[in-house]
Design a protein. Sequence first.
Length: 313
Amino acid sequence: MAAETRHTKGEITAVRRADGESRTLAASLPRLVLEARRIAANVIHGLHGRRRAGAGESFWQYRRFVSGEPAQNVDWRRSARDDHLYVREQEWEAAHTIWIWPDRSPSMAFASKGARDSKLERGLIVAFALAELLVSGGERVGIPGLMNPSSSRNVIDKMAQAMLHDDAARLSLPPSFVPSALAEIVVLSDFWSPMPEIRKMLAGLSSSGAHGTLVQIVDPAEETFPYAGRVEFVEPEGGELITAGRAESWANDYVARVALHRDEIRAETNRLDWLFSTHTTSRSAAELLLFLHSGMMVSKAGGRSTVKAGRSA
């Protein structure tokens, strides 16, 4: 009977938590959608040029003719200017698939006084805005395990509705699936998951040759650990309590652990030729959007062009 009672209480707690979370998300989604569209509208369209040779109408570049190619590929007007033969290449205009995973687990709901948004809100705003930009550029956007790739102009509405009707457990990391080799994956999370879980996720997503970007979204308090005196910390996903008698004495160890965790993630992404970046919610959402949008260049052959100016946004 005792076991049955505990089970019932656990179910009630889970239902209440899920109900409260869904109501909060439902109430905030209209604002997040509007904010995402505002940010997307302010980012310069066309920044996401595919810049790869292939089928299309836009001129990209001239290149030297390679022996063995069909003679009809030669651009005779350009070739007449000097002693070499040239081929006129068009910019590749085939649609790509970009999978976007915004972490909606309980830990993402945290927001300190110095934050513009909670981590959850920031992740959703950037995910919605990025999807809007990508679809406007002819791409297809999906959410792993939740929404099939879509090129609909109402992609933000489709994403929001898929989330609102999602009754599955809120996972920190995307579910296991095998994307196509030309797909691009963007994971927006706080990445406080254990490294073995992160390595397993990366191994699965990259197994087909797909590339991606991991963005660790953190609150300013998670960066600096601005706590002092007796503080009770609550683990949001497990409910465990940890009490610090002098929290300020934990700061150095905490900062070192965070740096080590990030170094481990970065080492793994570097090994796979993925990108890893950090983003603090006290910074501009548009800054992160611009960083991601600039990095969404996926070649027809599966190669990628990465952002050279640093890995933080």
